[in-house]
Design a protein around this ligand. Structure first.
Ligand code: KIV
Length: 271
């Protein structure tokens, strides 16, 4: 008889306790069952089904085109591959900016149709009403400040945000508002390390950074970037842990060669 080891799921409470203990939170994106299974087994605490799926899975230039239905498809695949990680799903562009009722409807669809544990949305003061409404239905919300890719056409560029005092003050203000509204964590993307570190020390909820330095409570990266599947994207904040592009094209090249040379399949690989 095989005894299945019970795996304890990471919860929003776990993340809060990790921050209190000073234990860093490791978060990565995933968009499909097979990768989610690997990410989960490797001990990642939070899996984000990011709308970066629009870029890395669908090949779009921005995150704007991905739809709620497509996010639900990715998220339900990810959920089937995880046992331990807390799974957070991005509400995509156009599914929550209209009003708080629309935001709640989208959040409920994600929770009902995927089995995910929380949603993430971008913005500060302008989305606080939606955050409160989603939370009133019992759905945990993660915020996202700094470089918010759904607003890329407003920014006009992917450069570091909040270098100027006025934008830095707005970010600090927004972070406090999101915490007061009830967000369980906030992602802060591509801002000066001193600013992110200040926000992490002022807030009691975890701050997860991407391009925000080491003074925050955890880190997130896009899986395909850190595994070197997309080697064209090379921002300073990205640490590359593999060159999968080279390894995969090499392996596939060998397969093509074996088929062409009639080496594959051999007798042992035939019935
Ligand atoms: O969509 C995404 O992958 C994200 C991360 C960059 C935080 O929002």
């Amino acid at each position: 008889m095989s005894v299945q080891k019970e795996v304890k799921r990471v919860t929003t409470r776990t993340l809060h306790d990790m921050k209190s203990r000073g234990e860093k939170i490791a978060m990565l994106t995933a968009y499909d069952f097979s990768m989610a299974r690997l990410v989960d087994a490797a001990g990642v605490d939070v899996i984000l089904v990011g709308d970066s799926a629009s870029n890395v899975m669908a090949g779009h230039e921005t995150t704007l085109p991905i739809t709620l239905d497509q996010m639900i498809y990715h998220a339900s695949s990810v959920i089937r591959g995880t046992q331990r990680a807390l799974v957070v799903v991005d509400l995509p562009f156009g599914s929550y900016q209209g009003n708080s009722k629309e935001a709640l409807t989208s959040a409920i669809r994600v929770m009902k149709e995927t089995g995910a544990h929380a949603i993430k949305l971008e913005g500060g003061e302008e989305v606080v009403e939606s955050v409160k409404r989603i939370l009133s239905a019992g759905v945990p919300v993660m915020g996202h400040l700094g470089l918010t890719p759904q607003s890329i056409y407003k920014f006009g560029t992917y450069v570091v945000r909040a270098r100027e005092e006025e934008e830095a003050q707005k970010l600090i203000h927004d972070a406090h508002l999101l915490q007061e509204a009830g967000c369980f964590a906030i992602v802060i993307e591509k801002v000066p390390a001193t600013l992110a570190s200040r926000v992490a020390s002022e807030l009691s909820i975890p701050i997860i950074g991407i391009g925000a330095g080491g003074g925050v409570d955890g880190q997130v990266l896009v899986l395909h970037d850190m595994l070197g599947i997309n080697t064209e994207f090379k921002p300073r904040f990205l640490r590359s842990y593999l060159n999968l592009q080279e390894q995969i094209t090499g392996a596939i090249g060998n397969y093509v060669q074996d088929v062409k040379s009639k080496d594959f399949p051999n007798a042992g690989e035939s019935y």
